[in-house]
Design a protein around this ligand. Structure first.
Ligand code: ADP
Length: 870
């Protein structure tokens, strides 16, 4: 604004000055012109004055004298030629006074004083005034002001008139109205005024223009400054807040400036960073490694470089950073600073290290494990092989370019069709590929390989890549063939052994049945005490032999894996009670405190094999009762859920006794075959040293184990720990174990007709004796067919059926009898066999028999069983 006003005013002043100068010069030239016109007029009029006559006129009396009148008239007459004249008179300056000599009348003026010669002018002029000086010096005087004042403005001219009297100065004075001149100046004045107005307008416009320009430029300037400031602020905040660590270093590597991210990156405060040397915050070897790059910058061969280096944090930690270093130049284009940006890449570096390590490991493992690895582009067929692949295919990595086709060409002709078809199927289904086939190497050698691959598809679902492995399994193949042969041989040997044992057991059991049976019969005849003791020894020896045969048979079946665990769901409490009851009589005989406890938290039923479980528990309880002389024997059952859904439970069956205990050194050997801690005790109690070994093996088959804790003289604790599901549906407990002998009821069997199917004459005789003693009527068949025939024609209340018979075996005969039975009829068929294994029992029941009696047959057992079925 101020600049606008100043500019406007300046322009106006300059223009006005110019206009006024022009105007003034016009005025002065006009004045000059007017005076220039007036002077010759005055000089001419002066020339008309008769100087002598004029000098003669000196006093008032000479008024209207002829010279006075003539001279006056001459001058008066001249007025008509110079119409603009104002005053016209002649005067005389004498003694400091001016008198008028000749005077003319200006028609425009009204004369007030009378005219006479030497009338004093009446106006005082200063003696040193220019007019007086001109008059005194007889000079012509021009004045732009009327010299002798009167009305209006006039231009006056004084022309000297010579006078012989030297002390007298005569002159002629004329003046002319200035108004005439002024009238000629009106146009100039108008032009001046218009010019001033134009100058004013121009000044205003110029002022406004300047104002607007200045304000615009000021605005622009402000805008630029604001933008600059904003830009600077933006840069500063970007720099400060940038997540990228940035710092400005001097050319010797000292940090001059660093943003927050950089401080955070190194863990130093800004103020501390300035005091650090590059080696304080950078790993020395990385500094050394980067030296050539820095040199390049210094030599102007590059303007920036990137490097990965390790930084040392304040807390001593080493972090990896990707540093981008750029040069900053000064105004002379010399390197003044370095600008460094750092991005932390510790994680990436660690991942890379892990990856390269795992790649290295993988390559090493592949080499060590002789695993050929390949990667194939399914679109182009080109492939990459590792060295092991070349080893397997006996190709040279330097001059053999692996492809899918080449790989397929190595496949043995007989296998190629299947291999190609399988690989194509896997490509289509994108399923993992796995196959074993033969390859034919270039030297003609046939090798077995195991190939595996995974297929990758693109977004459109087309297979594009396959990555896989090849392993040379020739040796394994040969070995496995050998192994299979060996295994088969071992299995058949095992089977032969177990068959042999089964036959042996059967064969031993059959005569033993006779021995024990007749011993039992003998016991019921009148005997003296000595005879009774012999008989009892015979009986216990026979029982011992029987146990041994049973154990060995069990063991051989377990070893040859012929024993199968058959799980079913059954109620636990009745099961435990039954097992417990089996040894109740023995425990009471020894006056032991004999008990069982099933924890309240134990589920109602369990899913396991009741026969094997029963066998183990019976064995443990049997041992406890057998070895304990005083105190107590108890069976405790507890269970706890395992896993999230509590389906699987851990069951513990603990048999605790207060017997002799087992010394610590014997504990590790306890489950070995035929191991017995104390042979004298064995002599006392009997036993084979096989029970625990068998039980432990059975426990393992059930998915558990037996643990033992014992202290000599304190007692033992055998715990069967088992993982099994809790049961949902409960099965009947019919087949668990031999039922507790119930009191026989000879009355019930009295007079019943029993068919005994038995090929062994001794056993037939024994059976006949036992049945006779029971009051039954016995009929005999020696073969299966005979039995079927006899049943067909005869009337029987029960059949005692041997399993092994000459023509049709016991099971076959039973099936035949059942087949021929009419609906509603059911003849009781009881197995009576030397095949004592649980499998045999199952086989018999499956064939349609109702019960199972194993030889050697006790008279009491026969009575009980028969009374159940007749
Ligand atoms: P055995 O037929 O001799 O009982 P086992 O395999 O069942 O064979 O037991 C092996 C040995 O372990 C026994 O001979 C006995 O010395 C010892 N033993 C087993 N159970 C007990 C127990 N409850 N108390 C003390 N000793 C035991």
């Amino acid at each position: 604004m101020r600049d606008g006003i100043l500019t406007g005013a300046l322009i106006f002043l300059l223009s006005a000055a110019a206009v006024i100068i022009v105007y003034q010069s016009a005025v002065s030239s006009k004045l000059k012109d007017a005076l220039g016109q007036l002077r010759p007029q005055a000089e001419y009029l002066a020339s008309l004055v008769d100087l002598r006559a004029h000098a003669w006129l000196t006093n008032k009396q000479q008024t209207n004298s002829q010279p006075h009148t003539a001279l006056t008239q001459r001058l008066q007459n001249m007025r008509q030629f110079y119409p603009g004249l104002g005053k016209l008179f002649t005067g005389r300056y004498k003694n400091g006074k001016i008198d008028i000599i000749l005077d003319t009348l200006d028609p425009a003026r009204v004369r007030s004083e009378p005219h006479y010669v030497a009338r004093p002018l009446g106006i005082d002029l200063a003696p040193d005034s220019p007019e007086i000086k001109a008059i005194q010096e007889r000079q012509t005087f021009l004045s732009d002001q009327p010299v002798f004042q009167g009305e209006g403005r006039f231009l006056g001219v004084i022309v000297p008139l010579p006078n012989p009297d030297f002390s007298v100065r005569d002159f002629l004075y004329i003046d002319s109205s200035y108004e005439t001149v002024a009238a000629g100046l009106i146009t100039a004045r108008k032009a001046r005024d218009i010019s001033l107005l134009v100058a004013g307008i121009f000044a205003v416009i110029a002022g406004m223009t300047v104002f607007s320009w200045r304000s615009q430029s000021h605005f622009r300037q402000m805008l630029t400054v604001t933008k600059l400031r904003e830009g600077e602020e933006l840069f500063r905040s970007t720099y400060e807040m940038s997540p990228v660590a940035m710092c400005l270093t001097s050319t010797d590597g000292r940090i001059l400036h660093a943003n927050k991210a950089f401080c955070d990156f190194l863990g130093y405060a800004k103020s501390e960073l300035g005091k650090l040397q590059p080696s304080d915050y950078t790993q020395a070897e990385d500094l050394k490694k980067d030296q050539p790059l820095v040199e390049k910058l210094r030599d102007h061969q590059a303007s920036q470089y990137q490097t990965e280096r390790r930084y040392l944090r304040q807390d001593g930690q080493i972090v990896w950073g990707l540093a981008s270093v750029a040069i900053v130049r000064d105004s002379d284009a010399n390197i003044s600073h370095y600008m460094t940006q750092v991005v932390e890449i510790t994680e990436r570096k660690l991942a890379e290290e892990t990856l390269s390590l795992s790649q290295e490991r993988l390559a090493l493992a592949a080499d060590a494990g002789k695993v050929g690895m390949w990667d194939c582009n399914l679109t182009t067929g080109s492939a990459v092989w590792n060295d092991v692949m070349h080893d397997i295919f006996q190709t040279d990595a330097r001059n053999f370019a692996p492809t899918l086709q080449a790989q397929e060409a190595f496949v043995h002709e007989e296998d190629r069709g299947a291999v190609t078809a399988d690989f194509q199927h896997c490509q289509l289904a994108a399923t993992p590929y796995e196959q074993e086939y033969r390859i034919v190497r270039r030297d003609g050698e046939v090798r077995h390989v195991k190939a595996s691959a995974i297929i990758f598809k693109n977004e459109s679902g087309n297979p594009i890549r396959a990555v896989g492995t090849h392993i040379d399994i020739t040796t394994e193949k040969e070995e496995s063939k050998e192994l299979i042969r060996a295994k088969e041989a071992a299995l058949s040997a095992d089977k032969a052994k177990s068959e042999f044992l089964a036959v042996m057991s059967h064969e031993i059991r059959t005569p033993l049945n006779g021995v024990l049976g007749f011993v039992s019969m003998l016991k019921n005849t009148p005997l003296d005490s000595e005879q009774i003791s012999y008989i009892e020894t015979m009986e216990s020896s026979g029982q011992g032999l029987l146990t041994l045969v049973n154990d060995i048979l069990d063991l051989s079946k377990i070893e040859s894996r012929e024993i199968h665990v058959e799980s079913s769901t059954f109620e636990l409490r009745p099961f435990v009670r039954k097992i417990h009851q089996q040894l109740e009589a023995q425990a009471y005989n020894k006056e032991l405190h004999y008990d069982f406890v099933v924890d309240y938290s134990v589920p109602k039923s369990i899913h396991s094999d009741p026969i094997r479980l029963g066998q183990i528990l019976t064995n443990l309880l049997g041992n406890a009762v057998k070895f304990t002389e005083y105190g107590r024997v108890e069976l405790c059952v507890s269970a706890r859920p395992m896993g999230l859904y509590q389906k699987n439970w851990e069951w513990s069956f603990t048999v605790r006794d207060t017997g002799p205990g087992i010394p610590p050194e014997a504990l590790p050997k306890l489950f070995q075959l035929f191991y017995q801690v104390d042979s004298s005790a064995t002599r006392r109690h009997g036993g084979t040293g096989l029970g625990l070994a068998i039980s432990q093996r059975l426990a393992k088959l059930l998915g558990g184990e037996i643990r033992v804790e014992s202290l000599p003289e304190k007692g033992s604790e055998f715990t069967l720990v088992l993982l099994a599901h809790r049961g949902q549906q409960v099965a009947a407990l019919a087949n668990l174990a031999p039922p507790k002998p119930i009191e026989s009821s000879p009355q019930k069997v009295l007079g019943k007709r029993i068919l005994v199917v038995e090929d062994n004459p001794v056993n037939r005789k024994l059976c006949a004796l036992q049945l006779k003693r029971l009051g039954c009527e016995a009929e005999f068949a020696e073969t299966g067919f005979q039995a079927v025939e006899k049943v067909r024609i005869g009337q029987f209340d029960a059949v005692l059926m041997d399993m092994q018979l000459p023509d049709l075996d016991g099971c076959g005969a039973t099936r035949e009898i059942r087949r021929e039975e009419k609906t509603g009829e059911r003849l009781s068929i009881i197995a009576l066999t030397a095949n004592a294994m649980p499998e045999d029992r199952k086989k018999c029941l499956d064939a349609g028999m109702d019960d199972f009696l194993s030889k050697p047959l006790q008279y009491e057992t026969l009575a009980t069983t028969l009374s159940k079925w007749v």
